[in-house]
Design a protein around this ligand. Structure first.
Ligand code: DON
Length: 582
């Protein structure tokens, strides 16, 4: 194992060195790997503890969750507290003006999934982003008031609490209120993002939000968000009505009117999150529990695993030409299905059972050759009888002391969403409308194309790639994981799981190893900078693949139950993720 560790570390050394150096030490109940850097709060990216564990995108948010867990709150309580804290300390993705998906496995083995994805407003329509020549108007679905879907986060977190919460809701949201009112110090990456977004904030806001500053933000600057503290206080005191009614709703609608947006009081009142039946499937002796539509994540992940299951990945080896080629060919076929068949199941008859049928999946690889890349133009989506009767993100993983597990991914879509902050209410609104297919075949900001299944309709939810996932091994809780990263989320979850299950890696090796991604169109393998060696790249090109280098692909946050029952939490070394347990 030691040799293998060294091999993988060496293989990725350039990548790792550029991001951080490591410090390992042991404490009595937990071991942690710390990231020495200029982040104002100590960041831990690899931690092992015996009782409970949380991994999120920010040290302060993880610690909020940890204190809930220590007070006897369960994994759902901790997740709720972390989500509200992220809305304050990770404003580029953590949110109350966006939406998300939560997958739960209780200590008794009960599964649940909660959909609090945004919806198209009632005044939304199929062609709302097209000009008179029926061409997509650049950026209209990506920035500004018209890009905003009706937010679902507040309703979703309240619904999760009503069913599973143990501690009082007020106690879970209070840390976020305090962080907003007292302020927190900005990290290097947040400073970088805020400074890059100044012009957009100025352009798309009538009243300048706290994120706008005359001189550039510096690492360690204090960001105080009094308006946000006030809005969170209303949610604490009034629950759903504190957001979807009363003064917060009035402020959202006034903001819409000021910026020619279309979300109304009626949209806000009508918003409801939904419990849905998770996607559950097997891969060898593992059981996968993941998110159903309107996310494509669960179906696509399950399809990917079933497509590669018959092939000897483990024997081929991690990042061998054969393993990459097989996985890429599976990805190509799955994303073709995604583009045609996946959308909001409340509006479109997603052929979920057909897409996951053994015979269909076996047939899907019938034209797969170990030697040659299939051209994407020759790969169409599977043909099914479809009955047409009618019709920048962040992930958190938590396991509590009893073994309840939560994987939750939440998003504003792009960094800081639409860039619109609700005046006097202090929170950012999403730009999730871009996840719809604005026009068949025209790619969205992640290069994904869609069709009828994901066309805009009033009240419909836009298709997602978010893949919060919980995995059992031999019936026992084994992995909790997920990521931000748009279209690359699905393939990142797929690879990290295979790194553990097939390539025998420890969790930190699995998460920190470099990744690749194929999404049918564009017909190319994206790979992380310095992530594949030249011999492998050349061999893939010889098979007919086109390669395209990317800075990074998705940011995984994961927890593994180790054989001795301890919990290992790992944040992505590509970011400032923080894992901590007790
Ligand atoms: O739901 C989706 O698939 C996208 N809105 C997720 C966006 C995302 O992951 C951005 N982060 N890099």
């Amino acid at each position: 194992m030691l040799n293998k560790n060294i091999f993988i570390r060496l293989k990725n050394s350039l990548f790792y060195i550029s991001i951080f150096s490591t410090l390992l030490f042991y404490a009595c109940q937990s071991s942690v790997q710390e990231l020495p850097q200029t982040h104002p709060y100590p960041v831990i990216q690899d931690a092992t503890s015996s009782n409970a564990m949380a991994v999120s995108a920010h040290p302060l948010a993880t610690r909020v969750g940890l204190s809930v867990l220590k007070k006897g709150g369960n994994a759902i309580d901790a997740t709720i507290a972390i989500q509200f804290a992220l809305a304050v300390v990770y404003p580029r993705a953590g949110n109350i003006g966006g939406g998300g998906f939560m997958v739960i496995r209780t200590d008794e083995g009960e599964y649940a999934s909660l959909d609090y994805r945004e919806k198209a407003p009632k005044l939304g329509s199929r062609d709302m982003y097209l000009n008179s020549e029926k061409n997509v108007i650049p950026n209209l679905s990506r920035i500004g008031h018209l890009a905003v879907g009706v937010p679902g986060t507040v309703d979703g977190l309240l619904k999760a609490h009503a069913k599973y919460g143990q501690l009082a809701f007020a106690d879970l949201i209070q840390p976020a209120i305090d962080l907003a009112a007292n302020g927190y110090k900005l990290s290097p990456k947040e400073v970088n993002r805020l400074n890059k977004t100044q012009e957009d904030f100025r352009k798309h806001n009538t009243k300048m939000p706290v994120f706008v500053k005359e001189k550039p933000w510096q690492v360690g600057d204090l960001l105080v968000q009094q308006d946000l503290a006030q809005t969170l206080t209303l949610i604490r005191d009034q629950g759903r009505a504190g957001f979807y009614e009363g003064s917060t709703a009035d402020k959202i609608v006034a903001e819409m009117e000021a910026g020619k947006g279309i979300i109304s009081h009626e949209d806000l009142l009508a918003y409801e999150s939904k419990w849905r039946t998770p996607i559950i499937g097997d891969y060898k002796n593992y059981t996968i529990i993941s998110m159903p539509p309107p996310s494509s994540g669960g179906i696509a992940l399950m399809q990917l695993l079933k497509l590669v299951e018959p092939y000897p990945l483990s024997k081929d080896g991690f990042h061998s030409v054969d393993a990459i080629h097989t996985m890429v060919e599976a990805e190509r076929r799955v994303y073709a299905d995604r583009a045609k068949h996946l959308g909001d199941i409340d509006f479109y008859p997603v052929p979920q059972d057909s897409l996951l049928e053994d015979a269909y999946l076996l047939d899907r690889m019938a034209d797969f050759s170990r030697d040659t890349a299939t051209k994407s133009e020759s790969v169409a989506a599977g043909a099914f009888e479809v009955a047409m009767e009618s019709f920048e993100t962040t992930h958190t993983s938590v396991v509590d002391k009893d073994g309840n597990a939560v994987a939750v991914t939440t998003t504003l879509n792009g960094n800081y969403g639409s860039k619109v902050v609700v005046s006097d209410a202090g929170f950012l609104l999403n730009n999730e409308m871009d996840d719809f297919s604005a026009k068949p075949g025209v790619p969205n900001m992640y290069g994904l194309i869609g069709n009828e299944a994901n066309a805009i309709q009033p009240g419909k939810r836009m298709l997602s790639s978010m893949t919060p996932t919980i995995i059992e091994k031999d019936g026992q809780l084994h992995l909790v994981l997920g990521a931000p990263g748009g279209s690359t989320i699905i393939t990142a979850v797929f690879q990290v799981f295979l790194n553990v299950a097939e390539f025998n890696m420890s969790l930190e090796e699995a998460v920190w190893a470099s990744r690749f991604h194929h999404q049918w169109l564009p017909d190319q393998i994206m790979y992380e900078k310095d992530g594949l060696d030249n011999v492998v790249k050349k061999a893939l090109e010889d098979k007919g693949h086109t390669l395209n280098e990317r800075a990074y692909l998705a940011l995984i946050k994961a927890i593994q139950v180790l054989p001795n029952g301890d919990l290992q939490g790992v944040g992505d070394n590509r970011s400032e993720d923080h894992a901590e347990g007790y």
